[in-house]
Design a protein around this ligand. Sequence first.
Ligand SMILES: Cc1cc2nc3c(=O)[nH]c(=O)nc-3n(C[C@H](O)[C@H](O)[C@H](O)COP(=O)(O)OP(=O)(O)OC[C@H]3O[C@@H](n4cnc5c(N)ncnc54)[C@H](O)[C@@H]3O)c2cc1C
Length: 504
Amino acid sequence: MSTTHPAGDRPGARPTVRTAALRAALDEAAAILGADRTVLADPAGEGLGPLGPNTSLFRSRRIAALLRPATAEQARAIVKLFGRDPDSGSLHAVSTGRNWGLGSAEPATDDTVVLHLGDLDRIRDLDTEAGWAVVEPGVTQGRLSQRLAGTERLVNVTVSAAETSVLGNALDRGVGLRGQRTEELVGLEVVLPDGELVRVGWWPTSGRRAPVYPHGLGPDPLRLFVQSNLGVVTAGVIRLAPRPEALRVVRLTFPRAVLGAAVDTIRRFVAQGLTRGVPRIYDPAAGRGYAGPEGEFLVHLPVDGTPEAVRALVGILADEARRAELFSEIAEADADEADEPVRSVARLVERGYAGDPDVTDTLFRVKMGVEADEVDARAGFVFFLPLLPFTGEAVVRADALLSEVSAEAGVRTSATLHLLGPDLIDCVVALKFPRDPESARRAHHALDLLHTSFHEAGFAPYRLDVAHTDRRDLLAADPAALALTRRLKAALDPNHAIAPGRYR
Ligand SMILES: Cc1cc2nc3c(=O)[nH]c(=O)nc-3n(C[C@H](O)[C@H](O)[C@H](O)COP(=O)(O)OP(=O)(O)OC[C@H]3O[C@@H](n4cnc5c(N)ncnc54)[C@H](O)[C@@H]3O)c2cc1C
């Protein structure tokens, strides 16, 4: 299968360049990990390479090897190897590598060594009373949530597959149903490029008396390692929210004609605390994956707390929605009272908001058309993730831009709005395409157009795909801040142990 190359993503000349220093580092890596955990690429550069295809059909990067340490200690030894010599090449770390739509496990640049941390999969420690878990990169949201079943704590799950990494998603600033994952990162164990291991943020102390407080005293280095190439994360402390006693999701629908007014009305619900977590608005295309009615926008407003508070808030939301005279349907009933197919979907959605990912990936399969394990080989999928101000006007503008791009590129988009608070929307634009070169070319062209047109409208993405890393400097707020991160990189990683990522 050939791939297309969006702007800024031209392939370098093959084959893989293997310096003596790189060969030496890979030999030593094989001695540390064992041959079965050290997959070398074909030096002639033929075929897809050890990573295989990616669902976005982005160009497969030229990688020298795929290394899969079994322990954090091994991962640390590998980083140290690559930090020794500027000619030994650079590492690109992934947790489970399921960054679907943004490049999957692909590095941003050619000639890197991929460090796959999926086999570091221990839940090292857990305190459901105090509300934290120490997890390694290979711990998936499915596993952590199953471990928390029946406890008073939950994990904030995304609507991606159950087998995606809690830590990998948080390190890319992913978004769960209850909030931004990155805000739940309270501590990180990081291997610096010279092999030193540091623990930043909050870590459990002996006796476990210290309450979780991620900021520490003085400057807080934790955020330096998020969307970052300053270190490799081998574990993290994740904050676990209390499990609500009751939870309900109020469902509304409305036609496109009232989009601006409906968004402004929903903003009032969010600002006044009538709904919690991450309420979502699906455009008609995205709503189809959630049994939304044909041609209508669908809204999920989660409400949780004590049973009495939930009953009261559901009633208040439904009354407010009726008074707004904008919504075609207002479903305040318990999921169990709805008719099929709405009932099954509503149950899964409520469970997701309550911290249980759909462990059988039912909704995921409906959206992707394939099993999670087959996404990279069989589905065609890209993401565009701009932030919008939470106003009806901005959402109407974004909706119009999507229609223009769809028409110009000849693709179908779907958009889900994650309402991240009273002032911020994470606008998740998905483009699914048949897996043939012409459809991939059109999807990539649409992605280029989205980057340009949303930028011109003032809506910048907060996560980048591997084909658009050239936009990171353009999107930086202040050149001096960019220069500061470069100075930090030069100071911490003079030998380029860690490859430039999608962000730096
Ligand atoms: C249908 C569908 C629904 C989705 N829903 C959501 C959603 O609700 N929310 C959401 O956020 N995403 C969603 N996604 C996108 C994606 O699947 C998830 O974000 C997924 O969690 C990312 O893959 P991962 O967990 O394997 O992380 P990885 O791919 O392992 O990591 C992501 C990135 O973080 C960095 N990184 C990872 N591990 C380390 C480390 N140990 N040290 C240093 N840097 C590291 C790397 O840059 C890496 O590329 C969805 C995708 C699909 C197809």
